[in-house]
Design a protein around this ligand. Structure first.
Ligand code: NAD
Length: 390
């Protein structure tokens, strides 16, 4: 159970790049980081527009001298202070992630970066190398993976309750972009422009979320080859896709599918993770994040509820209010931000044992997300053919 007590001695001095007024994701970063006082927001470069970003930082209650015009002056200015920042979160459009994360690591900062981590596996591996050299932590905000019942699903699989894993059925298929909403909406506009979004739209923007959850639940499974077909139903989005279907073969013989879509008209999020084993299946939908379905062949379906004593102790460790009351995405993110801070603290203390026992979306998870997108795009651009997973 989480009571708001900290497992680290003091809050880390923390800044944000991006996540300014009007951004989609800035507020949840702040709520999650500040919830259990693992971080203290002391500085930022919140906006592409320097003045707007500065005004926003002041309204957040920051010292005006620590509301910077851009990330370069933020890192340089804070490095000169004895009480300078120790960690930074990057919540800017995709095209900036690599450059800003690299600069942050080279400034000796721990990082939380939005997904997708960067555009290419080569860039992602470069970040991995720099982080290792500098001994810094990078967390990636695959936020849904912080839901408590995901941890229980992982334990069910580890205990063999599902039997041998046969099918991995994933989707994140919403309907919000069934028309060219980018003509009015700037946050959608950059998502369908390769200059800002990178080599994919829905694969990187949303497909990687259930993919990462599947990696959490099924840590042993490795993709052997995949086939991806992608479409731009709103034609002006080409070459970026607004819908994609991916088929995956795993090295244990299991088979997987991922439906990534922004044109699933009428659907809210439509994010599902269904794992089918030889004896039983589990299913989780992000719009009902407190429930995990356990379906044992020949028995009535069981709906496992968050906060109940029958869940695994590792799942209950993340409980904040007890069963019955709903928890949601803000709690899931806070669970992850708590672990990001504990990881950063452990790394500062050279406590490798503590780090090894901590499960969170780390730099490796970020690299694997980029790898999956790269393989999907390669397959799709070859005409939708099977490609070996590299
Ligand atoms: P957005 O367009 O709504 O907001 C982007 C913010 O970044 C704005 O405040 C903008 O002014 C600022 N910005 C842009 N360039 C900047 C720069 N160089 N320096 C400082 N600030 C800059 O975008 P969004 O929807 O909030 O997405 C931001 C990132 O978060 C994207 O990478 C996206 O993929 C990711 N995201 C992740 C999730 C998730 O569930 N983890 C959800 C939504 C978005």
């Amino acid at each position: 159970m989480i009571y708001g007590t900290r497992q680290t001695k003091r809050p880390l001095r923390w800044a944000m790049v991006g996540g300014g007024r009007g951004s989609q994701i800035g507020y949840i970063h702040r709520c999650a980081a500040l919830r259990d006082r693992y971080f203290e927001l002391v500085a930022g470069a919140f906006d592409i527009d320097a003045e707007r970003g500065r005004a926003f930082g002041i309204e957040l209650g920051l010292d005006p001298s620590r509301c910077y015009a851009d990330w370069r002056t933020l890192f340089a200015g804070e490095a000169k202070r004895p009480d300078g920042i120790e960690a930074v979160s990057i919540a800017t459009p995709n095209n900036t992630h690599y450059e800003i994360t690299k600069a942050a690591l080279e400034s000796g900062l721990h990082v939380v970066c939005e997904k997708p981590l960067c555009f290419t596996v080569a860039e992602a591996e470069d970040l991995e190398r720099i982080a290792a050299e500098r001994g810094r932590i990078v967390g990636v905000t695959y936020g849904y993976s912080g839901h408590q019942v995901i941890e229980h699903a992982r334990e069910l699989v580890a205990a063999g309750e599902l039997g041998e894993i046969r099918l991995v059925n994933l989707q994140f298929a919403h309907g919000f972009h069934n028309e060219a909403v980018e003509l009015q909406n700037p946050a959608t506009r950059w998502r369908v422009d390769p200059k800002f979004a990178g080599p994919s739209y829905v694969l990187g923007d949303i497909g990687t979320h259930p993919l990462y959850i599947s990696e959490v639940i099924l840590p042993e499974l490795r993709i052997k080859r995949l086939l991806c077909a992608r479409q731009s139903f709103v034609k002006t989005r080409a070459p970026l896709e607004d819908n994609a279907m991916t088929l995956m073969e795993y090295d244990n013989g299991a088979f997987g599918t991922v439906w990534s879509s922004a044109i699933n008209a009428g659907s809210m999020h439509g994010q599902k993770v269904r794992i089918v084993g030889a004896k039983a299946s589990i299913e989780w939908w992000d719009e009902q994040p407190n429930q995990l379905r356990l379906e044992v062949q020949g028995e009535p379906v069981r709906i496992l509820e968050r906060g109940m004593g029958y869940l695994h102790a590792k799942a209950l460790a993340d409980d904040r209010i007890g069963a019955g009351h709903p928890e949601g995405l803000f709690e899931a993110w806070a669970n992850l931000y708590d672990r990001f801070a504990i990881a950063m603290d452990a790394r500062n203390e050279n406590d490798e044992g503590r780090l090894a026992n901590l499960r969170y979306p780390d730099l490796h998870a970020g690299v694997e997300g980029v790898r999956w997108v790269e393989n999907c795009v390669r397959s799709a651009d070859l005409g939708g053919v099977w490609v070996d997973y590299v």
